[in-house]
Design a protein around this ligand. Structure first.
Ligand SMILES: *[C@@H]1O[C@H](CO)[C@@H](O)[C@H](O)[C@H]1NC(C)=O
Ligand SMILES: *[C@@H]1O[C@H](CO)[C@@H](O)[C@H](O)[C@H]1NC(C)=O
Ligand SMILES: *[C@@H]1O[C@H](CO)[C@@H](O)[C@H](O)[C@H]1NC(C)=O
Ligand SMILES: *[C@@H]1O[C@H](CO)[C@@H](O)[C@H](O)[C@H]1NC(C)=O
Ligand SMILES: *[C@@H]1O[C@H](CO)[C@@H](O)[C@H](O)[C@H]1NC(C)=O
Ligand SMILES: *[C@@H]1O[C@H](CO)[C@@H](O)[C@H](O)[C@H]1NC(C)=O
Ligand SMILES: *[C@@H]1O[C@H](CO)[C@@H](O)[C@H](O)[C@H]1NC(C)=O
Ligand SMILES: *[C@@H]1O[C@H](CO)[C@@H](O)[C@H](O)[C@H]1NC(C)=O
Ligand SMILES: *[C@@H]1O[C@H](CO)[C@@H](O)[C@H](O)[C@H]1NC(C)=O
Ligand SMILES: *[C@@H]1O[C@H](CO)[C@@H](O)[C@H](O)[C@H]1NC(C)=O
Ligand SMILES: *[C@@H]1O[C@H](CO)[C@@H](O)[C@H](O)[C@H]1NC(C)=O
Length: 861
């Protein structure tokens, strides 16, 4: 992976540097003793822990020349005043500082500070202390992404109710720049800026409050910060309308309001008055209607992002005004009609994102935009047949996405030397029937290639020249022959390999162990035979392994138990056999979230030890918090830094689904009691085996369980009454066993039908017609709990909710095989692959529609 520095980034860098720090740290003067001591004391209280800090983007020197007895004005990151020698600047951004800032910290003795940058460290949930109010001459304060928490003031009540501001950062009269963004644990209301003494902030030129969890609306008084040039309120949970007073912020040239819950939905006309705007980010804002004409006033625009709204109607002919514009993102709206031919006027345009709309035509003039480097027309209604090489006229393209655009691409006349600069080529569902010639040559930049869902039926060996590939998706074609051994390594770059649903046969190449970067391997739904290559044990980064629906004949791959990242294993529908032995190591499969061994020939009793080391299935909380954090580091950076060439980056696995499916095997013996320790389990399927003995009472501890299938075994005894406490259980099946006694009543058990119980001659009571005679029936039934449980994860602004609802509503009765997230520009694309779903119940359609609304890419098994 690498970063390309675009003009945009340069702009940002220059901006940051000019606003944060313009000082030279050299000085002829000796620093004051007390300040020197204060600095050393301050630093001593931290440990250096770079892993704890979000610093991937910067590489700053550690302050390793901070030595007692030397002139502190010469220390790295320290700036002194030329005449008074007082420390006036401290830049410890990204210094891997880890620890707490106490109220008595010696930092606050540096009262002459004018510039203070402590961003990208980890202050371990410290609060923003009133002591910051002591820096009365502070002009620049940067605490971005430094793990601060708590109310944005130490005493929220005091400050927000306007009683005592004298100790707050909002009292710092000289402040020109205030950057607190990326501290997700900061909370509070947005300050009303002007009322009370907060009017001091009126000199602010730059304000970043992004990713702070505010409550309430954006106060109208923000319009009085008339010197504001840069305003970032992205993803900070402000609601209400965008105040009309924005009209007055005429100096703004950088405005980010995306990712908030603006409830009005009308595009704020005030923005059309901000004639100095160069960069405008309004994605995820709930706006609807047509793209407003008032944008035409913004003739200095370089960057315009209106993605993820509900804009409809045609793309307006407003292009002729935008001679400077370099970046347009209108993706994920409901725009219709063709791309206007006036687009040819956008002579500076480099990036054009129009994906996920209903656009139905491209003008020939599009191919005159020779500056284009990124073009996304995916998921539209274009219906033409186009020679792929036509796009090669755009010689500077580094990223092209035509997946599901509606275009049928012919490649028969493709030439070997097209697309020489391309990094990312996505041509899924483009009716391609022949691998284009240029892909058979060495393409030194090509990292991501998606040719899935086409009609390719060749052998793959010619692709072995693409040695830079990291992401290769060829799923759902008719590719045949053996899997080429080159796919096992590719210089060790390969991170994702998806060959699902093809006609490959033969055995899996022994080379996969060399691809130590491999995180996802999906070769399911082919005709693969033989044993698993033991070299897979060398893929220490492997997170997802899907081998389902082949003819693999092997014993249980216990030798994968050490892979530390392995989260999902699917062995479904193969010829795996033999018993599951006790784990060799005490810690086996500790990170596993999903295991599907169904439809194989496994035998014997289940060793309870396996469940005992599946730590991640035991923990639910861990996930919620890590998911909550997911967006921050990368999400935040991606706004300012991640850009060209990094549109499709696999980041990590989404960790919500925890499931076990051992169905359709020949297991016998008792169900191990230890299953009750997997508290985070949501789906458990032991059906169609030969399990005997009782339903273990320990199942009552699986409080998250939504689906429990124990049908077609030889279980005996009663159904434990305590199972009624599983209030999220939506699917329950114990049919075809040898169970006896009264069916429990209450909660979810009121919702299960006959079919859940049939084939158990000894069961009686509701819903069966057989009543239990004189036996006392359990207490009066209560209503089933609502499904609000399913909404408890909420990832503001990233559109994951819908996916979770789809999952949580219990529609996916089968096993959810996995999901991974692809980071693309600043938004997250949730991509579910291999979801096994029985169309069951009336909810399913609606839910799939909801998922589709988040523009996920979904394939079903
Ligand atoms: C302080 O000295 C440095 C180097 O001699 C110089 O670049 C800088 O402009 C001076 N700053 C002030 C405020 O005089
Ligand atoms: C961070 O905070 C936690 C709990 O507040 C504490 O246990 C831990 O020691 C702190 N770590 C450091 C390095 O201060
Ligand atoms: C500063 O406060 C912390 C915690 O409140 C305390 O542990 C420490 O001893 C104090 N240090 C000084 C120098 O007072
Ligand atoms: C703050 O700046 C003013 C004017 O430059 C100066 O007189 C005063 O001494 C400074 N205060 C501190 C604490 O540095
Ligand atoms: C406000 O804060 C100042 C400084 O800490 C303090 O002296 C004063 O008593 C406070 N006033 C009130 C009303 O709390
Ligand atoms: C300003 O504060 C006063 C009370 O201190 C309150 O009555 C008034 O409504 C506030 N104005 C705004 C615009 O918030
Ligand atoms: C977001 O804002 C809403 C309404 O102001 C509030 O109810 C909610 O608690 C906030 N969410 C978070 C996570 O702070
Ligand atoms: C803009 O500022 C002017 C002058 O301060 C003020 O009169 C006007 O009400 C402001 N407009 C809005 C919409 O707040
Ligand atoms: C794993 O990698 C090591 C060194 O890279 C190699 O020697 C070994 O043969 C590999 N193991 C397997 C099973 O391929
Ligand atoms: C449920 O879990 C608790 C705490 O881990 C344990 O004490 C209890 O025995 C478990 N209940 C059953 C029925 O296994
Ligand atoms: C069913 O369970 C009873 C005891 O509860 C046992 O006698 C009988 O053999 C079992 N039947 C089968 C088919 O397993």
């Amino acid at each position: 992976m690498g970063f390309l520095l675009s003009n945009y980034q340069l702009t940002i860098c220059i901006l940051l540097y000019s606003l944060i720090f313009c000082f030279s740290s050299s000085s002829a003067h000796l620093c004051h003793n007390d300040e020197s001591t204060a600095l050393l004391q301050f630093k001593q209280l931290f440990s250096f822990n770079c892993a704890a800090c979000d610093c991937s983007v910067y590489s700053a020197p550690l302050p390793d020349n901070w030595k007692e007895g030397t002139d502190c004005c010469a220390w790295d990151g320290v700036t002194c005043d030329n005449t008074t020698s007082h420390v006036i600047g401290l830049d410890l951004r990204c210094n891997c500082l880890y620890g707490t800032i106490h109220p008595n910290s010696s930092l606050f003795n540096l009262v002459h500070l004018q510039h203070l940058d402590l961003s990208h460290n980890n202050f371990n949930h410290s609060q923003i202390l009133p002591s910051f109010g002591r820096f009365t001459n502070l002009t620049h304060l940067d605490l971005i992404s430094s793990h601060l928490s708590g109310p944005i003031q130490s005493s929220e009540e005091e400050v927000w109710q306007g009683n005592n501001f004298s100790n707050s950062i909002f009292h710092l009269q000289k402040l020109q720049e205030l950057r607190l963004g990326g501290n997700r644990e900061l909370t509070g209301k947005l300050p009303s800026f002007i009322n009370g003494t907060l009017w001091h902030l009126r000199h602010l030129r730059s304000l970043d409050l992004s990713f702070i969890d505010f409550t309430g609306e954006l106060p109208n008084s923000i319009g009085q910060l008339e010197y504001l040039e840069v305003l970032d309120l992205g993803y900070c949970n402000v609601s209400g309308t965008i105040p009309r007073s924005f009209t007055n912020l005429t100096r703004l040239y950088w405005l980010y309001l995306g990712g908030n819950n603006w409830n009005n939905g009308q595009f704020p006309s005030s923005i059309g008055h901000l004639k100095n705007l160069e960069q405008l980010y309004l994605s995820h804002c709930n706006f609807y209607g047509t793209i407003p004409r008032s944008l035409t006033n913004l003739m200095l625009l370089i960057w315009l992002d209106l993605s993820y709204n509900n804009f409809e109607g045609p793309i307006p002919q407003l292009f002729s005004n935008f001679s400077l514009i370099q970046y347009i993102d209108f993706s994920n709206n409901q725009l219709t009609g063709p791309i206007p031919s006036s687009i040819t006027g956008l002579t500076s345009l480099q990036s054009l994102y129009l994906g996920s709309n209903s656009i139905n035509g491209i003008p020939p003039s599009l191919f005159h935009l020779v500056s284009l480097t990124e073009l996304d027309l995916s998921s539209n209604n274009l219906s033409d047949t186009v020679e792929l090489d036509t796009f090669a006229k755009l010689e500077d393209l580094i990223s092209l996405d035509l997946s599901k655009s509606g275009l049928s691409l012919t490649t028969t006349n493709s030439t070997p030397f097209s697309f020489r600069k391309i990094w990312t080529l996505q041509l899924s569902s483009c009716n391609i029937s022949k691998i284009p010639e240029f892909l058979k040559t060495q393409m030194e930049h090509l990292e991501t290639l998606d040719l899935s869902n086409n009609y390719l039926n060749e052998e793959l060996n010619p692709l072995c020249n693409l040695y830079s590939l990291s992401y290769l998706d060829l799923s759902n074609n008719q590719l045949a022959g053996l899997i080429p051994t080159c796919l096992g390594n590719f210089n060790g770059n390969l991170i994702l390999l998806n060959l699902q649903k093809n006609n490959f046969h033969g055995s899996i190449p022994q080379t996969f162990g060399f691809a130590s970067m491999l995180q996802l391997l999906d070769i399911s739904h082919n005709g693969l035979q033989g044993m698993l290559p033991r070299s897979l044990a060398n893929c220490t980064n492997l997170e997802i392994l899907n081998l389902g629906h082949n003819f693999i004949e092997d014993a249980f791959p216990f030798w994968l138990e050490n892979l530390p990242q392995l989260k999902i294993i699917v062995l479904r529908d193969n010829k795996f056999h033999g018993t599951i032995e006790q784990p060799r190591k005490r810690l086996a499969f500790t990170n596993l979230h999903i295991i599907d061994m169904s439809h194989n020939e496994f035998t014997g009793t289940l060793p309870s030890e396996y469940f005992e080391s599946m730590h991640s299935m035991m923990m639910d909380d861990e996930d919620k918090s890590s998911l909550k954090y997911m967006g921050i580091g990368s999400g935040y950076y991606s706004v300012t830094i991640m850009n060209k060439g990094l549109e499709m980056t696999l980041v990590r696995i989404i960790t919500i689904f925890k499931a076990i499916d051992f169905s359709h095997n020949k297991f016998d013996g008792k169900i191990p009691i230890s299953i009750g320790r997997l508290k985070a389990l949501r789906v458990l399927n032991f059906s169609r085996n030969g399990f005997t003995g009782p339903i273990p009472l320990s199942l009552v501890n699986l409080t998250e369980l939504e689906s429990l299938d124990l049908s077609q075994n030889k279980l005996s005894g009663e159904i434990p009454q305590q199972l009624t406490s599983l209030t999220f259980l939506e699917v329950f099946d114990v049919s075809q066993n040898n169970l006896t006694g009264i069916i429990p009543r209450g909660q979810q058990f009121e919702t299960f039908s006959n079919t859940s119980y049939e084939g158990n001659l000894g069961l009686c009571g509701f819903p069966l017609s057989k009543n239990c005679g004189n036996v006392q029936i359990a207490e009066s039934p209560t209503l089933p709990s609502s499904f609000s449980h399913n909404f408890k994860f909420k990832f503001d602004g990233f559109g994951w909710e819908a996916v979770l609802m789809g999952y949580g509503c219990g529609v996916l009765l089968g096993l959810l095989i996995g999901s991974y997230i692809i980071q693309r520009k600043e938004e997250w694309l949730v991509r579910i692959f291999g979801v096994k779903m029985r169309q069951h119940g009336k909810r399913s359609k609606k839910i799939w529609k909801k998922i589709a609304h988040t523009k996920s890419i979904i394939n079903c098994l």
